[in-house]
Ligand binder design. Structure first.
Ligand SMILES: Nc1nc2c(ncn2[C@@H]2O[C@H](COP(=O)(O)OP(=O)(O)OP(=O)(O)O)[C@@H](O)[C@H]2O)c(=O)[nH]1
Ligand SMILES: [Mg+2]
Length: 247
């Protein structure tokens, strides 16, 4: 049986890393963890190495510098596929994605369908019935809801939470997707992947999760990241409607 892998990208998450890995290991003992660190100045990479030294299920990928969430995940996907992991899970280090809910995501591969199709991608969703947000200011919630609605409309996607970062992919689905065409480096990477998954005809299921605002450390979200995502979505939407169909 292939093992599942949880990929945790990190940039300056020293205060969060040990706790999140501990929670993953406790909630899903049969799952390996890959930390992908972009040379965090706060020493997250060294901490990850120390944690890996005492737990064979924890591995670390060190990258040369901060290149964004998307670049980190793409390298991790290559790493995971080369080693036969399945499924491959995305999880933030800051505790926003609760490891205790991972069994629900993994279960959806078995229990859920997408209009009769098997599920290739499970999304831990804030905006389906039962989904919740903890400790978010109202403006943050409306920004996220509004962003997700814009993406749904412009790209004509049925997914409710289009920017969610808590996801599980079937290894085979990642192989079928043209990952070389995924260029978004920032947080818009999540939308980019969803768009490509949709274009590749993958089965997608959303399961409700409780998203918890980070307690420690700082958000890496920036205006540049939001603008990159908005510009991309608008361009893809226009191209899908009026232009030559590209991947
Ligand atoms: N390897 C790597 N990880 C990153 C990079 N940028 C962000 N991350 C990680 O990606 C995850 C999500 O980043 P966050 O800063 O929490 O972004 P966010 O969840 O959109 O923002 P908040 O909701 O405000 O926390 C965290 O685990 C970060 O450490 C990056 O450039 N490289
Ligand atoms: Mg976060």
């Amino acid at each position: 049986m292939p093992r599942p892998l949880v990929v945790i990208p990190t940039f300056n998450e020293r205060e969060n890393l040990a706790a999140i890995i501990g929670r993953v290991r406790a909630a899903t003992p049969g799952v390996d963890v890959l930390v992908v660190d972009d040379a965090s100045p706060d020493g997250t990479g060294e901490l990850a190495d120390r944690l890996a030294a005492t737990d064979a299920s924890v591995r670390v990928l060190h990258r040369a510098g901060k290149e964004g969430l998307g670049a980190a995940y793409l390298e991790a996907f290559d790493w995971a596929l080369a080693r036969g992991y399945d499924p491959i899970v995305q999880m933030d280090a800051d505790g926003s994605h609760r490891p205790e809910e991972l069994p629900v995501l993994l279960d959806a591969f078995v229990r859920a369908t997408d209009g009769g199709r098997p599920v290739d991608l499970v999304i831990g969703s804030r905006w389906v019935a039962g989904g919740r947000i903890e400790n978010w200011p109202k403006h943050r919630e409306w920004l996220s809801r509004g962003g997700s609605a814009y993406v749904r409309r412009v790209l004509r996607l049925p997914t409710r939470d289009t920017t969610a970062g808590y996801r599980a992919f079937r290894a085979d689905a990642l192989r079928r997707m043209p990952l070389a065409d995924v260029h978004t480096r920032g947080y818009g990477f999540q939308v980019d992947m969803l768009w490509h998954a949709h274009e590749a005809g993958l089965g997608v299921a959303e399961v409700p999760v409780t998203f918890v605002e980070r307690e420690h450390g700082r958000s890496k979200m920036s205006l540049g990241i939001v603008l990159e995502a908005m510009a991309n979505v608008t361009a893809w939407g226009l191209r899908a409607r009026f232009g030559r169909r590209t991947k």
